[in-house]
Design a binder for this molecule. Structure first.
Ligand SMILES: O=P(O)(O)OC[C@@H](O)[C@@H](O)c1c[nH]c2ccccc12
Length: 257
């Protein structure tokens, strides 16, 4: 499944590259205002920070929400107190787009993450050209040298990388590439099984100074509390926000959990 998703994302990127060649996108990327400091945003304060996600659908959950105006949704997230916004740009299964990312970038002043299956530099240039401050790199879908190379490439553009792990071994590989922001995704993207306890199991292994992100499986305040009590600096929340009827209030409630 993960391989198919990456394959699809790379095909879609190749299609866009035929329209907008690398040099052109690179020029746009370098012309952007500097990326915002996502490490600072995600590790601020005593409270757990929330990365609020714009997600219409997913392979595991199907259709979640129409989201005709992603910028308006992201503004509600920001008003609720989100520390950063994650925008799914994957087109095939998540029904996102780079246009969504650009619209969100215009609407908010907090860091924005491009949530995509990234496997080559061109996609990182696209992210920066669309105003992203952060990109996601999924350890399970990348060989170690490629993971290291893509991470360095993004950092040279001034961006932060959220390195995502689903197992202890992947977590270690994230540390081996010197991840500054390391996420543990409760959802195994190969089987779609949920393992909400995994973050707590790996939390003691985080070196000081690495931002601890717990991803997925937050539907209620008690889930936020459990992640926070286990040591999360930030939690990534999608479904609960896009399917609820008052995302701003939900974020406020989660921040008080
Ligand atoms: O909707 P949830 O369970 O709150 O999950 C959000 C986020 O963690 C999830 O969308 C996600 C985490 N890592 C990913 C990688 C690709 C696509 C999606 C994801």
């Amino acid at each position: 499944m993960l391989d198919d998703l990456l394959q699809g994302s790379l095909e879609d990127a190749a299609r866009r590259r035929a329209e907008a060649p690398t040099v052109e996108v690179e020029r746009l990327a370098l012309a952007q205002a500097p990326a915002l400091d996502a490490v600072a945003a995600l590790s601020r304060g005593e409270q757990v920070n929330i990365i609020a996600e714009v997600k219409r659908a997913s392979p595991s959950r199907g259709r979640l929400a129409n989201i005709p105006d992603p910028a308006a949704l992201a503004s509600l997230y920001e008003c609720g107190g989100a520390a950063a916004i994650s925008v799914l740009t994957e087109e095939r299964k998540f029904l996102g787009s780079l246009d969504d990312l650009r619209a969100v970038r215009e609407a908010v002043s907090i860091p924005v993450l491009r949530k995509e299956f990234i496997g080559e530099e061109y996609q990182i240039l696209e992210a920066r050209a669309a105003g992203a401050d952060l990109i996601l790199l999924i350890v399970a879908s990348l060989e170690q040298p490629l993971l290291a190379r893509l991470k360095t490439f993004a950092e040279q553009l001034g961006m932060t990388v959220l390195v995502e792990a689903h197992t202890r071994e992947e977590f270690q590989r994230g540390l081996d590439v010197d991840a500054k922001v390391l996420g543990v995704n409760a959802r195994d993207l190969k089987t779609f099984e949920m393992h909400p306890e995994l973050f707590g199991e790996l939390a003691p292994e985080y070196p000081a100074g690495v931002v601890r992100v717990a991803e997925s499986a937050v539907l209620k305040p008690e889930h936020v509390r459990a992640y926070r009590d286990a040591g999360a600096d930030a939690v990534l929340v999608g479904e609960a926000l896009v399917t609820g009827d008052d995302p701003e209030a939900t974020i406020k409630e989660f921040l008080q959990a």
